[in-house]
Ligand binder design. Structure first.
Ligand SMILES: *[C@@H]1O[C@H](CO)[C@@H](O)[C@H](O)[C@H]1NC(C)=O
Length: 452
């Protein structure tokens, strides 16, 4: 009887879920959208996109740029706040197929991941190579499995606080480093930040040099004995809204009161919150909800850091991973796009995580672009929006009254393409796009658009 009742519940929950997220099921679970080997907006994939890591041909797989979860700019501003240059940072872990606390497995936490820094090429100069960042004063017996990160800008050459989520063997913690423009290949470890509220940190977004939002992607994690093998999966698949976004304020380093001055639940009851980002004016926060294939925009109160969910909910034809705001090119002057990277086919991503060979899992990076009032979108190949892309988002989801979607990159994840995109960032000056790939042996891809 209990068993039948259990089954009844299961069917009820499943049908409720199917009703609510049927399109997610169709787009990212059941069908594998046929994507091109490579497409980049306003660029020729074959000639304008380059891998940043050496790929399978690498001599030393555990020490090369591969399997990157996040990428972000580290801005160098002059004393009055004007950005003079940007370096690109990457968080990578060639050991990911042996240690992934989000998707499994939990086999070997020993080989360390790494941070990398890349100086974009100035026009006319030969391309530089990304360089591995040395972790100075890092505890010898401490693991390093970096996920989401963010660096505060450097002003007038001063040091920047850099925070990196670290899936260490016992629990997930946040590492604080200092990085200096004078020596960008060294990150000096300041401290390891640990909290009972760090249940499953995945992405973070800084609100000051000493405070940030952090997403917790699940309530139940794979780290749990026994139930860890299936409960987190149920939480993901059913899109159970059990997870949350915290806001953390830190004490100064070496404070006798410990690292965390204040913890606040900024947004609760969310299903699989993954990437998080704050708009330049500090008034909006975007959170990617992976299991619902959505990005939600929250109104932020800059005084209290509380988040109110009364802004857009954007549906996507893929499982969104990380999000970053960037100045808009096509939107109204002064507005910002949100660039979202993600996985168009979740089952193949899980297979890659399990170490399957010859599985290709694709990439999709879109920009959520604010609409210009009254502008007609022409030249869209008969589509309402996103008509230039080889596979248009328009065929799967709708746009909204305030935003439209534009594909920046897509790939089927085959060896000549780029697999499992997590984050896309675009240089506001040059329009160059950088993408990190969770299970791509080349780690990251850079695409230089043609001059308009
Ligand atoms: C660098 O300067 C900025 C602006 O004054 C400040 O907010 C930041 O905290 C400084 N960085 C460090 C690590 O002290």
């Amino acid at each position: 009887m209990a068993c039948i009742r259990g089954l009844g519940w299961m069917i009820l929950i499943l049908s409720a879920w199917l009703y609510r997220s049927g399109s997610v099921l169709k787009n990212v679970l059941l069908t594998k959208t046929r994507l091109p080997v490579g497409y980049a907006a306003n660029a020729d994939y074959t000639s304008d996109c380059q891998y940043l890591g050496p790929g399978e041909a690498q001599e030393d797989p555990f020490n090369s740029l591969a399997y990157c979860e996040d990428t972000g700019f580290w801005e160098h501003r002059d004393s009055d706040g004007k950005t003079s240059s940007r370096l690109v940072l990457f968080s990578c872990d060639p050991n990911r197929k042996s240690w992934n606390t989000v998707m499994g497995p939990l086999r070997d936490p020993n080989p360390r991941g790494a941070l990398w820094v890349y100086a974009p090429t100035q026009s006319g100069q030969p391309a530089s190579k990304p360089q591995r960042i040395t972790l100075q004063d890092y505890p010898e017996d401490h693991d390093f499995h970096p996920l989401g990160f963010e660096a505060w800008p450097s002003y007038g050459g001063n040091a920047s606080n850099l925070y990196v989520i670290n899936h260490a063997r016992r629990r997930t913690v946040i590492e604080q480093f200092l990085i200096r423009p004078s020596e960008p290949t060294v990150a000096t470890h300041v401290r390891t930040i640990s909290s009972l509220f760090f249940v499953a940190p995945n992405g973070l977004a800084l609100t000051s040099p000493d405070s940030f939002y952090v997403t917790n992607d699940h309530l139940f994690t794979r780290r749990w004995p026994i139930i860890g093998t299936f409960v987190p999966l149920i939480e993901s698949i059913l899109g159970l809204p059990l997870a949350f976004v915290s806001h953390i304020t830190l004490n100064p380093p070496h404070s006798h009161k410990g690292a965390i001055a204040k913890h606040k639940f900024a947004a609760s009851f969310l299903p699989f919150p993954n990437g998080v980002a704050i708009s330049e004016d500090g008034k909006r926060v975007a959170v990617a909800l992976s299991s619902l294939a959505q990005v939600r925009f929250f109104e932020r109160n800059p005084q209290t850091n509380s988040l109110k969910q009364n802004l857009e909910v954007v549906r996507l034809p893929f499982t969104p991973d990380n999000v970053r705001f960037t100045p808009s090119i096509e939107g109204p002057r002064g507005s910002e796009d949100l660039i979202v990277g993600g996985h168009p086919h979740f089952p193949s991503l899980s297979l890659l995580a399990k170490g399957a060979k010859d599985v290709h899992s694709g990439s999709w990076v879109v920009s959520i672009v604010p609409k210009v009032k009254g502008r007609l979108y022409e030249n869209n190949g008969g589509k309402a929006f996103d008509g230039e892309a080889l596979v248009s988002t328009c065929d799967y989801v709708d746009d909204g009254p305030t935003y439209t979607l534009k594909t920046l990159f897509q790939s089927d994840g085959s060896p000549q393409g780029f697999a499992t995109a997590t984050t896309g960032i675009r240089d506001p000056e040059t329009g160059v796009l950088y993408i990190s790939g969770l299970y791509d042996p080349h780690g990251a891809l850079v695409c230089t658009p043609k001059k308009p």
